[in-house]
Design a protein around this ligand. Structure first.
Ligand code: GLN
Length: 486
């Protein structure tokens, strides 16, 4: 039995039935990390000792017949902008290069209580700004399907951690597509829950009105369990919503017969790769075969989503990142002669070029005299985009789109051209602006063997519908069963 091939459910069952020990599972996971990390650069921190210690504790619980959590013994990987107590949390930035988290994020607290085992912290674009993981201060992560290509981003490491079978489950964050886009490019599942479903306490903020934490997995079943564990009200994040959390696993057996699925008229854009377009069409055909009704819908303000996002996200980022000045923690330049220089040098040396670009754009958009023309205007158009979705969900239950316009591109291909890079999130950004949930589901491979992803949207707090459609679709097609050869 290859322990790295097991789903989270199979691991927990095996541990409970004493078929194997948590220690075996964790050792297998760490061995897989050690074998692949040099090539893929998936993990920034590997928790060899901590993970084995956690494994021992769980095995002791089994021994003493104490109750076990729903993810007992399951190795998980965490994006490096989410705090794990006493563990380095760098956001892939030099400015936080040696920063240790003083507390657990809400989601890590929940996972710990569920008896999951933290294997390590994953690589990402610096402060989650990017679509390729090339903007990490610690080197690019490589796509396990083809190592000369990017894994997507910004949660590239968390997507690869699952795709390369180092762990069955990982967490990422999604501000404009950072979970769904790398999931699509790496052939795994990735989900951004409804805004407010999951607390962001302990997530290093990028753009607070857009950020959500969510899971990556191979199995829809595992994803449902993870989603239940991390959902719910948390008083430490006032945007988390006090709304009953349904049992997402109940969705797994429900049919999609009779559900209405919308295809967006405005999403047939020029730059859409032909093979991606075909894979999404084929996805619609499978849904139809399973009894769903497919119809065309319109999101008339789609054209503005990217522009609106690139005002709102940098504006919020410029404010959120003001706290990183290297004075109380983080990177400090040794050559500054006075206090003003100290602030300037710390930030100039500490941040990479993409982060600086965002801070400058955001500061400009928020500055007096420009605020109304840019920021206030963008917020108004954001409302129009949200209204489009409200309208669409009167006609359909789900919306089907590509995840990104092309499969994984080559390392270096877009890193000097911010605008082309920004376009890779054209289909994912609208849901962050509207606050609705989205899931990326593997839906095939192109002629070069690169994975393609299909995305589903549902209305606010209909996260369960995404679990349902993903399960029905993948049970039929098995696209999530493919593994890259490493
Ligand atoms: N790629 C987008 C950006 O660069 C989205 C990033 C994200 O979702 N964190 O801002």
């Amino acid at each position: 039995m290859n322990l790295n091939e097991l789903s989270a459910r199979e691991i927990t069952e095996g541990i409970k039935s004493r078929t194997f020990k948590t220690k075996d599972v964790v050792q297998a996971s760490l061995a897989c990390v050690d074998k692949t990390n040099k090539d893929l650069n998936t993990y920034l921190t590997v928790l060899h000792d901590d993970a084995l210690r956690q494994a021992e504790e769980i095995d002791k619980k089994v021994e003493e017949k104490r109750p076990l959590g729903p993810l007992a013994g399951v190795p998980v990987a965490i994006k490096d902008n989410i705090m794990v107590r006493k563990v380095r949390t760098t956001c892939a930035s030099k400015i936080l290069g040696n920063y240790k988290a003083p507390y657990d994020a809400f989601v890590t607290e929940r996972l710990r209580a569920a008896d999951a085992v933290f294997i390590g912290k994953t690589n990402m674009d610096e402060f989650a700004m990017g679509s390729s993981t090339e903007f990490s201060a610690f080197g690019v992560t490589r796509n396990p399907w083809e190592k000369s290509r990017i894994p997507g981003g910004s949660s590239g490491g968390s997507a690869v951690a699952v795709a390369a079978r180092t762990v069955p489950l990982s967490l990422g964050s999604d501000t404009g597509g950072s979970i769904r886009q790398p999931a699509g490019l790496c052939g795994v599942l990735g989900m951004k829950p409804t805004y407010g479903r999951v607390s962001r306490y302990g997530l290093v903020a990028f753009a607070s009105s857009l950020d959500q934490i969510g899971p990556f997995s191979h199995s829809v079943e595992d994803m449902a369990v993870m989603l239940n564990i991390i959902s719910g009200k948390d008083l430490r994040d006032s945007t988390s919503v006090d709304k009953a959390v349904p049992n997402f696993s109940d969705e797994l057996a429900k049919p999609i017969k009779g559900l209405k699925v919308g295809l967006v008229k405005e999403y047939s854009i020029g730059g859409l790769d032909k093979e991606v377009e075909k894979a999404v069409k084929d996805t619609a055909a499978v849904l139809k075969k399973l009894g769903a009704e497919i119809k065309e819908i319109s999101l008339p303000n789609s054209d503005y989503a990217l522009a609106v996002y690139y005002i709102i996200a940098p504006s919020e980022a410029s404010s959120n990142l003001a706290r990183f000045d290297g004075m109380r923690y983080g990177f400090r330049n040794a050559k500054a002669a006075n206090l003003i220089e100290q602030y300037g040098f710390n930030r100039d040396d500490g941040f990479g070029p993409e982060v600086k670009r965002r801070i400058m754009i955001g500061t400009y958009a928020l500055s007096s005299g420009y605020y109304d023309a840019y920021y206030a205007k963008a917020q108004k158009v954001r409302t129009l985009i949200k209204n489009d979705f409200d309208q669409a969900f009167k006609e359909v239950d789900l919306i089907l789109t590509p995840v990104s316009p092309t499969p994984a591109f080559k390392i270096g291909e877009k890193s000097d051209d911010p605008l082309t890079m920004y376009l890779s999130d054209i289909f994912t950004i609208p849901s962050n602006l509207a606050g609705i949930p989205g899931i990326s589901v593997p839906c095939g491979f192109n002629s070069q063997g690169l994975p393609i992803g299909a995305q589903f949207y549902a209305n606010h707090f209909q996260d369960g519908l995404l679990i349902r459609v993903a399960q029905s679709y993948l049970k039929e097609t098995l696209w999530n069963k493919k593994t890259p050869k490493l």
